[in-house]
Design a protein. Sequence first.
Length: 354
Amino acid sequence: MKIESLGLPYITRDLQGIGGVLRATTDHFQVEEIPLYSPCGEGTHLYVNLTREGLTTRDVQRRLAMLFGGNDGAVGFAGMKDKYARTTQTFSINVGKVERDFIEQATTRIRSQLPVTVNWADLHRNKLKLGHLRGNRFTITVTDFDPPADEALDRVRTIAALLIERGMPNFFGPQRFGGDNLSRGLAIIQGKYREGEVWLRRLLVSSYLGFLCNLYLTRRIELGLFDRILTGDIAKKYDTGGLFVVEDGSAEQQRYESHEISFTAPIYGSKMWKAEGASGEIESDILAESGITLEQMDRLGVRGTRRLGRLLPDDLSIGMVDDGLIVRFSLPKGAYATTVMREIMKVDVPARDH
């Protein structure tokens, strides 16, 4: 399998995009976390909500750790965010038992030492961990698009209507695959390369597994199976997140079309819940071609999981501003805004650092 060979399909391929440029400036790509919960006002972890530009999530993590005299592990966050964006994100800092006046002191310290805006801070009982969020809100401006403004607006509205009705594949975005992440991730799984940094090893391995997930979604589209729920699929309920085996695809198709459920895609691992039937055959074929085995993943402690296969953007709206066309929408955690924007623009978005 050539890992450079996967060109992702467009679910709206019959609709003309507008071209254009993303991230002409960092404020043209704005993202704000939708929290899973709010801090309760007491505890040993200081939650700090920050807005920043030009820094990776790990840059902020390291600077907060240094500022408060801890190691990187003392600072938690719910999700990795782009460097080339205006990002509003919450971090947690293990500060031990402190009085309430510590909050204002800590806020003043952060504002004076880091190039960020502090929006609020409060105490909570537990550390923020990856996945502790509902999703993200995006406000994205496209500049230098091809058609005149009125025509661009009409094109994007037509595309948006189809995305809302049909959904789109929940591809991993190009941020996951920057540089040589894929080849290094494959080499780690095969035992041909060692990476000492635990977080980087996990990132590289997940990059390759994300590539295989994208391949599964691509094949499902190519086989005309994106708009169907199949007998043997592992389905997911949008409202509760519950997973179940589809016993009768025909009986569940109406729930699929009414946006109650979706098929899921494989994130391979030794304990992954495997699909059956036609969906299971696609999964097995991709794994057989991948150059890796479940035994290799088990040795790395990679257990596997399922990923929502069909993405439904929420609160999708479009408008014009002085410097371009603006698109607003919300996505669940783990989904990439570039998946939406590439459908609108019909150009692939280059990878950026997190």
